[in-house]
Design a protein around this ligand. Structure first.
Ligand code: MF3
Ligand code: CO
Ligand code: CO
Length: 289
């Protein structure tokens, strides 16, 4: 259905189309005509949806803060799961990973050579020197937010510390590469360059993703890429950037028994940080961190 200039805008702002997304839509059609990949309308969040995602992220951010205050040597990863579950539920949220595609827990905890999707267990104890990723995804009133952080347990050797720091910087560089009317490939290029210039490799099989109305939406956000390629990034898009960086090769395998845990093939260390971001008119907003 084609909107007329004086109709109300599709984004539910209450404004007339000509005073809202008309120019935006024309710009997108133009880019599409020139052969670029442009986001479909369902990837552009309305103001109310963005507000909902921000509220969800308040719980997700609070949860990761709580974990950072409590994580310590000797703790089991099941205890982290319990903290996460209880915090989320007591704040009115739902842990998005619990029963997602059969995932059995409320959070992912990935230690050392685990790349991602580590399943909390009462048999896994955090030990001195571990580097640990805790990845939280929250649903509140149907809105999703997603972020992860690295934690270093006790005395961590220099090599592992450097991987954690470079990976954090990879995320920052990916976020800085996001520009309204820029390209998805700008993100992957920035991350890949920085990781590889430090002698590390970038995991290819898993990436960031649109998020907000579901846990995983379009587009897939690769952490490798070429500038000026891929989907055009426009105000209102919400997605994650979550580079998984390996100290050795980027080959991975998935645990055959649990079907989830992703390991580095060469047993080398892997680190990951994740934000949920919103593309705005003049830059970005970090929503979940
Ligand atoms: N939070 C993860 C992500 O960043 C999703 C984990 S899905 C699970 O995309 F099932 F493994 F928990
Ligand atoms: Co996540
Ligand atoms: Co994610």
């Amino acid at each position: 259905m084609k909107l007329n200039r004086n109709d109300l805008c599709w984004c539910k702002s209450g404004l007339k189309y000509k005073n809202c997304h008309l120019e935006f839509d024309e710009k997108l059609s133009d880019l599409k005509r020139k052969g670029h990949i442009v986001p479909t309308r369902n990837l552009i969040k309305t103001r109310a949806q963005i507000e909902g995602i921000r509220k969800s992220a308040e719980i997700n951010n609070g949860l990761l803060d709580l974990i950072s205050e409590n994580i310590k040597e000797g703790m089991t990863t099941e205890e982290i799961n319990k903290l996460a579950h209880e915090y989320t539920v007591s704040n009115g949220g739902i842990p998005a990973t619990l029963n997602y595609d059969g995932f059995p827990k409320s959070i992912c905890v990935s230690i050392n050579n685990v790349v991602c999707h580590g399943i909390p267990s009462k048999n896994v104890i955090l030990k001195n020197g571990d580097i640990v990723n805790v990845d939280a995804t929250t649903i509140l009133n149907g809105y999703y937010s997603d972020a992860s952080r690295m934690f270093m347990i006790g005395e961590v050797d220099e090599e592992a510390k450097k991987l954690v720091e470079v990976t954090k910087e990879c995320l920052n560089k990916g976020v800085e590469a996001v520009k309204p009317w820029g390209f998805l490939g700008d993100i992957g290029a920035a991350i890949q360059e920085y990781a590889e210039s430090n002698g590390y490799s970038v995991v290819r099989e898993f990436g960031g993703h649109g998020v907000g109305l579901d846990i995983h939406e379009e587009p897939f956000v690769s952490h490798l890429g070429k500038r000026g390629t891929g989907m055009v990034l426009v105000p209102g898009m919400v997605f994650t950037i979550e580079p998984m960086i390996n100290a050795g090769s980027n080959e991975i395998f998935i645990d055959e028994d649990d079907g989830w845990t992703v390991f580095t093939d060469d047993d080398s260390l892997s680190a990951q940080w994740e934000h949920t971001i919103l593309v705005t008119e003049d830059g970005i907003e970090i929503i979940a961190r």
